[in-house]
Design a protein around this ligand. Structure first.
Ligand code: PRX
Length: 660
């Protein structure tokens, strides 16, 4: 079901926000990307992308830039061969930068580790040799379920080096979520840790793996990094990382793979209960990750210290911690923990400690920093920061301005970067040395990228008009499909505007009078909670899997900190008993969702209702539930099968409300 785009807060922002911030002359003069980048891409798109691909080392050069004859299945840099890990590690050592720090790793308890490119090469080689000894070869799938420890990055690169595909599953997901992802892509190996630090305390992680693996027969081995020294149960599939990897040779010769060789699968929520395994391949993906990282963040390999605060469990961690930055010979900070451990200034302390110059984070965290107060960043020396980035959801102008003033010293350009797991890399963003930024707008497609806002008929809307965001040209880092489900790939992204051949992103968007793009949130049943995509259907399935629940409807309600919060309406089963609607029982339901999916999917609020608003054809009218969840007057109810339902719901709410 779709809701009309152009509603909600983002639109209000659009109407009132008219400030623009041009880059300083100094910044513009030293920027990697100059205005002619747009011209160049426009003159000859394929030649432009061919030039960007030259950023990489190819063992065999391609013969064709793009083959779109089998659309929507693209092939980029056809005939080319490269090794992705070689491009991210070895070539920097060979060019004389082995002593440059690749990763300043900062553990949550305060331990730290500086890893040079030479050391990274040795670690990745050892890990690749270890994986080979476990029988992992090209195209095998490896699940990585780990906190933000260096070994997680070594593991990803070791897979890439061998041509094996990694499927990183966020460490906050449940055993069940891990199991379904392992099963869908039939992973042979799982790499994990004994435990992970969470808010200052070690929490076990391996028990979830044990539970998942018990129900996933494809898994032959589990490789376990010791991180927290937590005691763990041991099975005959388990192997310690320090025993196996550390005893391997640190020499490994990478093999070149086809440009379209699969690199990874990353699961993301769609509009059904089953997560989609988004498939990315090698040459095109790395080209765009590298190009965007260099130009959007203005990276200077010799002087910048870059920090992307994402987790490798999400696509931002793949493209802007691992592949883009390392391909560009970055020096970067990787932080293991939460931003308020042990205190609310932790991020700023880290910025000060390492002299971070480029900082990339999510609006939800910026709003959290705002809540904690401007006096906290003010205590630290943040003068090294020169570029700030935002990703994951629309950033409200208030947060944008706060970020610029209190983190960026009133000077640093902010790049608001729009993209998706599916797009693989940034698609819409200002170039920091070229574009005058506007608080709240992602502004314009990057050079080489085609994006438009269109109406229901697929016709581009005029300036000032709203509609759907589409991508009207194939791009190098585009997904190559959904693992094991060609039809779903075509249906989800290419059927809505099939006639025009547009990729439908699922986002509402609007042009302002200058033609800049403003993102307005999802138009499908996907919620965005703290920048993470969660499908309403997935949460509904989790709720109805609980014995007391007969029916459930879930909506994303706007939330001042997390962007959207999950609000669930449930009808209890007849025999569930009176206690089933009580505070304890509602807490149990919320915990049940956390167990089924993961704590990020825990509803903010669960309301017990006697009925759900449905159309005559039985479709739940989420729009009305959203009105209730956001404490608004309930909208038009004329299409309801029974228009008294909303009165019943409103009357019953006081008793069933639970929030914490
Ligand atoms: O709705 C858009 C929102 O996040 C969705 C993609 O989520 P995911 O695949 O998890 O990737 C997040 C990190 C790239 C999009 O469909 N989104 C992402 N970035 C922005 C955004 N919405 C507005 N502004 C952004 N900068």
């Amino acid at each position: 079901m779709t809701q009309s785009p152009g509603q909600g807060q983002a639109l209000d922002n659009l109407l009132t926000e008219s400030r623009t911030f041009p880059p300083s002359d100094d910044f513009a003069a030293q920027a990697n990307a100059k205005p002619d980048l747009y011209e160049e891409a426009k003159a000859d798109r394929e030649a432009f992308w061919a030039k960007q691909a030259e950023r990489l080392h190819w063992d065999t050069k391609w013969t064709q830039v793009l083959d779109w004859s089998d659309a929507p299945f693209a092939k980029w840099f056809v005939g080319g061969k490269l090794n992705v890990a070689y491009n991210c590690v070895d070539r920097h050592v060979e060019s004389g930068h082995g002593e440059q720090v690749a990763i300043h790793w900062e553990g949550e308890p305060g331990d730290s580790r500086a890893i040079t490119y030479a050391e990274l090469q040795r670690e990745v080689s050892k890990a690749a040799n270890a994986l080979t000894s476990l029988g992992i070869g090209a195209e095998d799938r490896v699940a990585i379920y780990m906190p933000m420890v260096p070994e997680a990055i070594f593991a990803m690169l070791a897979c890439a080096r061998l041509g094996a595909m990694h499927s990183v599953v966020f460490g906050g997901f449940s055993a069940e979520a891990l199991r379904t992802r392992i099963e869908d892509s039939e992973c042979k190996l799982v790499i994990t840790t004994d435990g992970q630090y969470r808010r200052g305390n070690p929490a076990p992680l391996k028990p979830s793996v044990d539970e998942a693996v018990a129900g996933a027969p494809s898994v032959e081995k589990v490789l376990v990094v010791k991180r927290t020294n937590t005691e763990v149960a041991w099975t005959d599939k388990d192997v310690w990382w320090h025993e196996l990897v550390d005893s391997q040779s640190d020499q490994h010769t990478p093999e070149a793979f086809d440009s379209e060789h699969p690199l990874f699968i990353l699961y993301t929520s769609g509009t059904t209960g089953k997560p989609k395994g988004i498939l990315h391949t090698s040459g095109g993906y790395l080209t765009q990750a590298s190009y965007t990282h260099y130009n959007v963040f203005d990276l200077k390999s010799d002087t910048d210290v870059y920090w992307c605060t994402a987790d490798i469990g999400w696509v931002t961690g793949h493209s802007y911690i691992v592949y883009g930055p390392l391909s560009n010979r970055v020096t970067q900070v990787v932080y293991e923990g939460t931003p308020n451990t042990p205190h609310e200034g932790r991020h700023w302390e880290i910025v000060q400690k390492y002299g971070v110059s480029i900082y990339y984070t999510a609006p939800t965290l910026i709003r959290t920093f705002m809540k904690w107060g401007a006096d906290i960043p003010a205590k630290y020396d943040l003068s090294s920061l020169r570029v700030l980035g935002s990703v994951g959801e629309p950033i409200n102008p208030e947060a944008w301005i706060w970020y610029r003033e209190n983190v960026g010293g009133g000077q640093a350009p902010i790049v608001d970067t729009w993209w998706q797991t599916e797009t693989g890399a940034i698609m819409i963003s200002p170039l920091p040395g070229v574009v005058s930024t506007k608080p709240g707008s992602a502004q314009r497609p990057l050079p080489g990228i085609g994006a438009k806002v269109v109406n229901d008929e697929g016709v581009e809307v005029p300036h000032g008009g709203g509609g759907y965001l589409v991508l009207d040209e194939p791009w190098p880092s585009m997904l190559r499909g959904i693992w094991g489900d060609e039809e779903r790939y075509k249906d989800t992204y290419w059927s809505r505007f099939a006639e025009q051949g547009f990729y439908f992103a699922g986002d509402g968007a609007k042009y302002d009078d200058d033609g800049d793009i403003w993102l307005l949130g999802r138009v499908d049943d996907v919620m965005n909670v703290s920048g993470h995509r969660i499908s309403t259907t997935e949460v509904e399935s989790a709720l109805v899997s609980h014995p007391t629940v007969a029916e459930a409807a879930v909506v994303g309600a706007s939330d001042a900190t997390t962007g959207q919060g999950i609000v669930a309406f449930v009808i209890l089963r007849g025999g569930a008993g009176d206690e089933a609607g009580g505070a304890e029982a509602i807490k149990a339901l919320r915990d049940h969702v956390a167990k089924e999916i993961g704590p990020i999917a825990k509803p903010r609020q669960i309301m017990v209702v006697p009925e759900l608003p449905k159309t005559r054809s039985g479709k739940i009218m989420r729009r009305l539930l959203r009105d209730v969840a956001e404490n608004r007057a309930v909208g038009d109810v004329t299409t309801l099968a029974d228009s008294s339902v909303m009165d019943l719901i409103s009357a019953g709410l006081q008793s069933g409300k639970s929030e914490d």
